[in-house]
Design a binder for this molecule. Structure first.
Ligand SMILES: Nc1ncnc2c1ncn2[C@@H]1O[C@H](COP(=O)(O)OP(=O)(O)OP(=O)(O)O)[C@@H](O)[C@H]1O
Length: 728
């Protein structure tokens, strides 16, 4: 059944779309009305049957009622914004083009079965995103490629059931309208609130390819700051769930985010796309839960402060080198080797003889361990073999039971069994890890123990570093195995440049289908003591043919002025990819020299100026200390500024003060960078990356202040601006 089979009239687009919207909304209203009536009728029946036991039919009815309630919600959302785009497509072999309306959810008229709106994830909807003026257009349907011609591509903005804007980006037979970006720019120019949003109406062709990439492989996305990586990954989840509903379950999909606040920041996109129940966590939290909190992790705050201090001490350098080693594949392989050796040594030497005349020889026990139960992980095999030894003993005992009047034989047998069991080591992942470290990295410092309150009450736990978690989880999974519910159908890793290859290896164990979306930006890899310098480090962990690499070079977040400014910072380092801006012009970047003793005061003035046009403003510095000072000044000036820390779990919006390294992944309408001087940012790659991350958080306005000598990374701009006098 063709969706909305009325003839196409390309009259006044606004008039035409208003008319169409009116029809669609009235059908939605009718459908809602019908559903309402059914729900009410059902409630009346339920009320009269209240005291009687439920029959199977009634149970089924209540499930249906639940679905109806759900459907009602979908209709309510559709009544606010039923669709956002239209594409008129004539399939080859068919006479007339058909208008297809694309929305966040597909919609069918329940009475006629007519498709009124097509889900943005449906195969045909890909035309809307990929079409860019070609004579012939095609899309992949489940039955193969469908080709044809596009007659019209139209963006339609509907808010609260009212038509706001219609923009045609292609009309067949007309001159190239060259307004492909008009709708996008209109969207990008909006101020953002404190959460990331969906982009279904303006997904770009290069993003769409990633969203629709095949499921059964690892895709790695290198994308410049603001290229939509996070957003795209979330849309990909929604797409995969739609496309592979039979294979994927939302609760088995997971997103690893860099910190708890980031989890909060992205938490609204999936529900907006109609997807719930996806696990969203950090690697640390996930690992600690898996290890049942047998260890505690040292607060990363101190370490981060040491790492991001303008100058790193030799001791800190050694600490970071060790962290890198622990995250390497070489270390994982050393652990594998060690696990194999331990596995071979687990069966105690000697036969088991519970009493004279009953003997189970070592070779038999070894045979059970090495062959019969070989498919179990070593930790579980121990228990299986010992249970079998015990069954054997009980069976043998039946033969001598008659003679054992006093029970002495049985007693002796029990005590020998206990002795035998105790020779069979029962190591925890931590025991094994300690053995590995002693052998492979003898210089690694020993753990301190710390009494920490956890889910299981207060107890003393060894305090490990974040990079110890991957080895521990790996050993746990290899040694003890994992529960089916702990496996993932799909894994998304955001800010993956800060992951170590070992962490990826661990997640591969937990995702047997090897279905991954791994995204990040090497120009923002500020945690280089643990992350990677080249994506091949991850790609080569996956089989050839089961991996794909994508690159996103256009930045949608920031204005051209901001992108150009940020690019200058990393340009001297040729290993970094420069972002291409979309053509969205805004205010010039302000670079301002302030007097040392006026730093705080001038920061307050800048925030006041920026807040006039912005819903979210961030003040960032390299060090916690400077953040602290500026925050105090802001509060003293009556500005309600939130000071953001590594442990925070919520992002409030408004005015935030935070160190640059915590701002990764976030965005703000306006950003003020304070302390951009030579002391805080020398000409090293780490300083450049930090400054780059700071600048690229801004959507519309960027303001940079420094006292004393400007950072060499800004010098070209700083001298020019100083003459121009700064404040806009
Ligand atoms: N196709 C698009 N249409 C509209 N907005 C977009 C599009 N792609 C990205 N954006 C917007 O650009 C901004 C950046 O997106 P996102 O945070 O996903 O990028 P990122 O690549 O993860 O950035 P970073 O590496 O800096 O964290 C967001 O505001 C997002 O809504």
């Amino acid at each position: 059944m063709p969706p909305h089979a009325s003839n196409i009239r390309l009259g006044d687009p606004m008039h035409e779309e208003n008319e169409h919207l009116r029809q669609v909304l009235s059908r939605i209203a009718e459908m809602s009305e019908r559903l309402h009536e059914r729900i009410q009728a059902r409630e009346a029946v339920d009320e009269s049957d209240r005291d009687e036991a439920q029959t199977a039919e009634q149970v089924a009815e209540s499930v249906v009622s639940g679905l109806r309630e759900e459907q009602l919600k979908v209709l309510a959302a559709a009544a606010r914004e039923p669709y956002f785009g239209r594409i008129d497509f004539r399939e080859e072999g068919v006479q007339d083009p058909v208008p297809l309306y694309i929305g966040k959810r597909g919609l069918e008229d329940s009475a006629s079965g007519e498709r009124m709106v097509i889900d943005w994830r449906a195969p045909v909807a890909s035309l809307f995103y990929s079409f860019s003026g070609q004579d012939r257009a095609s899309y992949e349907s489940p039955d193969g490629e469908i080709t044809g011609e596009v007659y019209l591509k139209r963006n339609i903005a509907v808010r609260d059931g009212r038509l706001q804007r219609v923009v045609d980006s292609y009309v067949k037979g007309q001159e190239n309208l060259n307004v492909a970006d008009e709708f996008l720019l209109y969207r990008l120019a909006e101020n953002k609130d404190n959460r990331l949003r969906d982009i279904v109406s303006t997904i770009q062709a290069e993003q769409d390819r990633i969203i629709r990439a095949e499921r059964d492989r690892a895709i790695v996305i290198q994308g410049v700051a603001g290229s939509g990586k996070t957003t795209v990954a979330l849309h990909r989840i929604a797409y995969l769930l739609y496309r592979h509903a039979d294979r994927l379950r939302p609760e088995r999909m997971v997103i690893f985010a860099p910190n708890a606040m980031f989890v909060d920041y992205i938490s609204e996109v999936l529900p907006e796309l109609g997807v719930g129940n996806i696990q969203q966590t950090t690697f640390t939290k996930w690992a600690l839960d898996l290890l049942d909190h047998a260890v505690a992790v040292r607060d990363p705050g101190d370490r981060l402060a040491r790492w991001f201090a303008p100058r790193t001490s030799p001791a800190a350098r050694r600490e970071f080198d060790l962290a890198r080693t622990k995250g390497s594949v070489r270390f994982q392989e050393a652990i594998d080797e060690r696990l194999r050796a331990l596995e071979g040594r687990l069966v105690p030497e000697g036969d088991f003889e519970p009493w004279e005349g009953a003997r189970l020889d070592e070779a038999t026990i070894r045979g059970w361990y090495e062959q019969d139960y070989a498919h179990y992980p070593p930790g579980q095999r121990r228990d299986r073999v010992l249970a079998r030894v015990k069954r054997w003993m009980d069976m043998m005992y039946k033969r001598v039971k008659e003679q054992d009047r006093t029970g002495a034989v049985r007693k002796r047998a029990q005590s020998r069994l206990r002795a035998y069991q105790s020779r069979w080591p029962q190591w925890t992942p931590l025991d094994i890890y300690e053995q590995v470290l002693a052998e492979v990295l003898p210089d690694a410092p020993a753990w301190e123990a710390q009494t920490v309150s956890g889910r299981r009450g207060r107890r003393k736990r060894p305090l490990v570093e974040p990079e110890d978690l991957a080895p521990l989880v790996y050993i746990h999974a290899r040694w003890n195995g994992m529960e089916p519910h702990q496996r993932f159908d799909h894994v998304v890793i955001d800010e993956a440049q800060d992951f170590s290859p070992f962490q990826i290896r661990v997640l591969q164990l937990f995702c047997p289908g090897q279905s991954f979306t791994i995204l990040g930006d090497l120009s923002q890899s500020i945690h280089t003591y643990q992350g990677i310098t080249d994506w091949s480090a991850f790609l080569e962990l996956f089989d050839e043919g089961k991996r794909a690499f994508f690159q996103l070079d256009v930045s949608y977040r920031s204005t051209m002025e901001i992108i150009d400014f940020a690019n200058e910072i990393i340009r001297p380092f040729d290993q970094f990819v420069l972002a291409k801006p979309v053509f969205r012009s805004g205010d010039p970047v302000v670079v301002e020299r302030v007097a040392e003793r006026e730093q705080e005061e001038r920061a307050v003035q800048a925030v006041q100026a920026l807040s006039r046009h912005a819903a979210t403003v961030a003040v960032m510095a390299r060090t916690e200390e400077l953040c602290e000072r500026v925050h105090r000044a802001l509060v003293a000036a009556g500005i309600q500024a939130h000071r953001i820390h590594a442990k925070d779990e919520q992002y409030e919006g408004g005015v935030s003060v935070l160190p640059v390294y915590l701002a990764k992944g976030l965005e703000f309408d306006a950003v003020l960078l304070v302390g951009a001087d030579a002391r805080h940012y020398d000409d090293s790659p780490l300083s450049a990356k930090l400054l780059y991350v700071g600048c690229t958080r801004a959507l519309h306005r960027l303001w940079v202040q420094y006292a004393g000598e400007a950072s060499p990374l800004l010098r070209h701009r700083a001298s020019a601006e100083r003459e121009a006098g700064g404040i806009a």
